[in-house]
Design a protein around this ligand. Structure first.
Ligand code: SF4
Length: 484
């Protein structure tokens, strides 16, 4: 499929609309003043005060022109162009995407900005009438924005969160596109990786102290942090508790992830080091689907890990995914019912994202993952709400089936602070480890700057000195914004 644009400034938004309706079609963008008459081509030409869209797509031929005000503001022109293309594609495909032309990652951030500017009613109207978001998704976004408020209000300008990256997993899930190495493959890298990580953690603590910053939350992600052995976990956890004032943190999460990596000893070590939230992620309670996605555990492993973890005082999160290969609406409903019966503090519902780098897309074929994700989400939302969970965290990813969302649900007062701080970019996050990103947020103007660590563990090990040098940019940054 070709998107041919004449000098149009908003390639990005128009590409997004094409991907929204034709997510599995390879898309090429060209820039030319000449109409391309090839099949499966869309020409978008902006003239003085009008926009013309013409072309042919899957045997539909179209040619339309729409006028707009001569002095239209740039952001309004973006919306007009996107709506125009949306309408044409919607007529051709008979599809009405639930999130309308809204393609951003953080709908609740936009909702909050609109509420602050124009009030609740106007904000909701804008979502429904201008961005064409359905009333259901608008309500979900509004609820999330409301529930996030109390968490956001706890953050102060001097606060930061600490992220620890453990990019290793027992095996690779078929839908995964992260830089995560299997523990087996990475065996020789891991000891040096942990030594370097501990060094980076210490150095980060020194920087935070020097700048008088206050630790708000800690989060170990990956990967699967509990794919490390108990000594390795202990070494990292001790380094954190010896260098940071962990007791003052609002929350300390370790994403255990795979149930088959969880043991009593690992949980004990985490608990002794003041971890108070963990994630045990079944993804589904259907064993056949687990085999299909390449996870070497069963539903029973999840029950066992959950019961073990309940012997400690953790808040527990469980992740489920809609749209997994070979999963059905009924099987997903069973997964939701099972999770709710277990009564974890948090349940996070993801929509499967078909990432190009995943085995599912590159080798298995996406036709295996075509589930009715919207029906699955509707069932999940209704039942989570009926069982006392509130939506408190929402984000969207590209290439999800049906272009749908990911939502964190929690029993009241068990919401994960880190998820909100990170997703809504409330304060700085200092990242340690391979692939981690340090996100520096200016509390006075909300601007974000980033410092990237090397992506792959071997690179992280080999070029570790550069990582420490880059960390000094945190000092330069905070000095430049003159914290009180
Ligand atoms: S557990 Fe997560 S990071 Fe690890 S392979 Fe599966 S999807 Fe990727």
């Amino acid at each position: 499929m070709i998107l041919n644009i004449n000098d149009h400034k908003y390639h990005y938004e128009l590409e997004n609309i094409c991907r929204l309706f034709f997510p599995y079609e390879p898309l090429t963008v060209t820039e030319s003043n000449v109409i391309n008459t090839n099949n499966n081509t869309i020409n978008v030409f902006e003239n003085d005060s009008s926009l013309s869209v013409s072309g042919s797509l899957f045997e539909h031929i179209f040619s339309k022109t729409r006028d707009y005000e001569k002095n239209i503001a740039d952001d309004e022109l973006i919306i007009e162009s996107a709506l125009f293309l949306f309408e044409i594609f919607s007529n051709i495909t008979n599809i009405r995407p639930h999130w309308g032309i809204l393609t951003g990652v953080r709908p609740s951030k936009l909702m909050r900005t609109l509420i602050n500017k124009n009030g609740r009613k106007e904000a909701q109207n804008y979502f429904i009438n201008r961005l064409l978001v359905t009333p259901e998704k608008t309500k979900l976004t509004y609820d999330v924005a409301q529930n996030e408020n109390k968490i956001i209000s706890l953050s102060k300008p001097e606060h930061y969160s600490l992220y620890i990256s453990i990019p290793f997993c027992p095996t690779r899930c078929s839908y995964c596109s992260f830089v995560s190495h299997s523990v087996e493959q990475a065996k020789t890298l891991i000891p040096l990786y942990i030594k370097n990580l501990c060094e980076e953690i210490k150095y980060t603590a020194q920087i935070a102290d020097k700048l008088n910053l206050k630790l708000s939350t800690i989060y170990w992600g990956g990967g699967t942090p509990t794919s490390l052995n108990v000594e390795q976990i202990n070494m990292i956890a001790k380094t954190i508790s010896e260098n940071f004032y962990v007791s003052a943190a609002l929350e300390y999460t370790v994403e255990a992830g795979r149930p088959d990596t969880i043991t009593f000893e690992k949980l004990q070590t985490l608990s002794e080091n003041k971890v108070n939230r963990i994630s045990i992620n079944p993804q589904t309670f259907n064993d056949a689907v687990l085999i299909e996605i390449g996870r070497k555990h069963t539903a029973q492993d999840t029950f066992d890990a959950y019961n073990l973890a309940r012997k400690f005082d953790f808040n527990i999160n469980m992740d489920l995914i809609t749209g997994l290969p070979t999963d059905t609406v009924d099987s997903f409903k069973n997964s939701i019912d099972t999770a709710i019966n277990l009564n974890p503090d948090n349940i996070t519902i993801h929509t499967l994202a078909l990432k190009r780098a995943s085995k599912l897309v590159s080798q298995i074929g996406i036709d295996k993952a075509t589930g009715d994700t919207q029906s699955m989400l509707e069932y999940a939302n209704k039942n989570l709400e009926n069982n006392g969970y509130i939506p408190y965290y929402l984000y969207r990813q590209s290439r999800t089936i049906g272009n749908l969302e990911n939502v964190g649900w929690a029993k009241v007062n068990t919401e994960c602070f880190y998820n909100v701080y990170m997703m809504e970019e409330v304060h700085s996050v200092f990242g340690c480890g391979g692939g981690a990103v340090t996100k520096l947020r200016n509390p006075f103007n909300n601007e974000i700057s980033r410092i990237f660590n090397f992506k792959y563990p071997y690179e992280y090990n080999i070029r570790f000195n550069e990582i420490l040098e880059r960390k000094n940019n945190i000092i330069t940054y905070y000095n430049s914004i003159k914290m009180p």
